[in-house]
Each structure stands twice: as C-alpha cells, then as structure tokens.
Design a protein around this ligand. Structure first.
Ligand code: ZN
Length: 320
C-alpha cells in the first residue's frame, strides 16, 4: 500500500484530501457474504494486524481523479483477485442477478454504439476482463470471432476463453476490436493496461473502454473499500485513454446503465489505434469532478430519484 503516489491519469502529485473513512475489523461478521469477502481482503491482505484502518479520500488537483490513501499497488490488487479466484466468487460483480432486462439492455447499447464504426467483414474481437463474455453475444450473432480473457472459468457458448490474463494470449495475436468494460477502475496502473491492450490491436483497430462514474459528493468506498480504487469522471477517463497508448478518441457515450438491479452512471470511450488525438484541457477534467462534488439542486434531485433511491431499495432487497 502506498501513501505517496502520482495520479494515474495526469501523473501529477498534487492531491487534495477530502476527509477520512474509518473501517473496523469487528464489523466483518455483520456483513453479507459479498462484502464480507472484500473486507477480509482489506484486513487480512492489505492491512494485516490492524483492527482499525483509516482511508483518506483524495482528489487530484489537476485532473479531478478521485482515489484514496493508502492506495493499493499492483501486487495488492493481484493478491485480491487470487483470493477471490480461490473462493470461486464472480469477480467485480455486484451481488445481483445479471440476467435481467437492465443487463441485456446494456449489452445491446454497447453493441449499437460500436456497430456503425465496424468495417463490414469478420472481425476478431476480444473482451478483456469480460467475465463469461456476455457483452460479446450480439457480436457473435454478427458472425465475428469472439474471445474473452478473464478469471471466470466458463465462457458462454461460442465464445473462446484464452485464459485469465493477457499473457495467456499468443504473442503474435492481434485483434480488430478490444472491449475493456468496467476494468480500469479496479487497477493500480490503469494506463499500463491501456498500453498493453493497444499493443494487441491491429493498426486502425478499435478499443472500447467503459467505466462507472461514481463520484457524487465523495466516493462510494464506505461499504466496499477494495473493489474500485479509481473514480473517474467523463473527461479524465478520456484523458487517460489518450495518455500513453497510441490511441485517438473517435466517439464517446454517457448514460445510466444497470448491472442487475444496480444503477450506475457510465462513460464509454471508443478509441482508434493511430487516430489523431483530440485536445482535452486539464481544467475541464477538474471542473467535471467539482460539479459532482457540489451539484446544483436540479442535478441533486435527478440523482436522488434515478440512482440513490433505486439503489437503496436494491441493496435492502439483496440483504433480505
Ligand atoms: Zn490527475
């Protein structure tokens, strides 16, 4: 765990501390199984020997990225997923049934967003961190070759699982399209993954990145202090996509999606390898977070009815 770190988006070292959350080991036994496993990781792997841990919420003063300190390093994140993998627990998903109308709508929207940008031929498509490959199903119907890399051991019918990590893919393999949906918020070095994925694209190949936009008067670390370590807004995720990798953004989407019963605002970015970079001023990224930290009354009411109340009901139902 690190207390001195640079911003994974803009590499700056200027952090604003926004307050502390305290976590008590004694609370673990009162939690539902999904959260209990995460808290076990927190206390047994990340802060062994401590019964009370303080996390400080931080905002990058340059680009508005939010995270917390101490911040996990890549080895801490790897230990987390090895722990969850051993227990055969679906990784990175909420404790809700995903085979519902909300999830199916999300799958259709991602396909529709990408469809007009795809060349009319059979493409090789990879979903990195795609669980059982459910996001690929509409692409499979279009007769594309669909592959997944994930710890999830059982891909859906017709989808080829290459393994658990990028190292399991043959060195020479290149993809026309790579999906990286709801992965970057989990990683200590998200820019490094983007660089590795870009290296796996054909020239002119497409990368689709989607992340949750969870900043709302702070970050949602109170219940789950391990699953997400980066909290992006719709502007700084675009900055990250153009940071190091040889990628230029060609389209973006924002909206509200459902993961089972769980509602989340998301930003989707479509980038092309070799495309010209678009200009994204740093202050606009910082402003985007500041607006979420101090929302207008209209924005606050919309958030309450579209996100907060439905999620409160979903959480209560899941704990029954
Ligand atoms: Zn930054």
């Amino acid at each position: 765990m690190k207390t001195h770190f640079s911003c994974p988006v803009c590499r700056g070292f200027s952090w604003k501390s926004l307050g502390s959350h305290f976590f008590l080991r004694d609370r673990i036994r009162q939690l539902p199984e999904y959260y209990r496993l995460r808290w076990e990781i927190f206390f047994d792997l990340w802060f062994p020997g401590q019964d009370r841990v303080e996390l400080r919420e931080m905002m990058c003063k340059d680009c508005g990225l939010m995270t917390y300190s101490p911040r996990p390093e890549t080895a801490d994140i790897d230990a987390q997923y090895a722990y969850l993998d051993e227990r055969q627990t679906p990784i990175g998903t909420r404790p809700f049934d995903e085979n519902d109308r909300g999830t199916l709508r999300r799958i259709r929207r991602v396909h529709a967003f990408l469809a007009s940008h795809l060349p009319p031929r059979t493409l090789r498509i990879l979903d990195y961190g795609g669980s059982d490959g459910k996001l690929l199903v509409p692409f499979l119907r279009d007769d594309h070759d669909c592959e997944v890399v994930d710890y999830h051991p059982e891909p859906l019918k017709g989808i080829h699982r290459r393994g658990s990590t990028l190292e399991d893919i043959p060195q020479e393999m290149r993809y026309d399209v790579i999906l990286c949906s709801h992965v970057l918020e989990h990683l200590s070095e998200p820019g490094e993954l983007l660089r590795q994925l870009s290296a796996r694209l054909t020239e002119g190949g497409l990368l689709y990145v989607e992340v949750p936009n969870e900043i709302w008067r702070g970050t949602p670390i109170t219940y789950d202090p391990v699953t997400h370590v980066n909290f992006f807004n719709r502007v700084n995720i675009a900055l990250l996509c153009q940071q190091k990798a040889d990628l230029g953004i060609i389209a973006t989407r924002t909206g509200r999606e459902q993961f089972g019963a769980w509602r989340v605002k998301v930003t989707g970015i479509l980038a092309r390898k070799g495309a010209k970079r678009i200009e994204i001023p740093l202050p606009s990224a910082l402003n985007a977070t500041q607006r979420l930290q101090r929302p207008s009354l209209a924005a606050a009411l919309a958030h309450l009815f579209e996100i907060r109340i439905p999620n409160k009901i979903a959480r209560l139902r899941s704990e029954v």
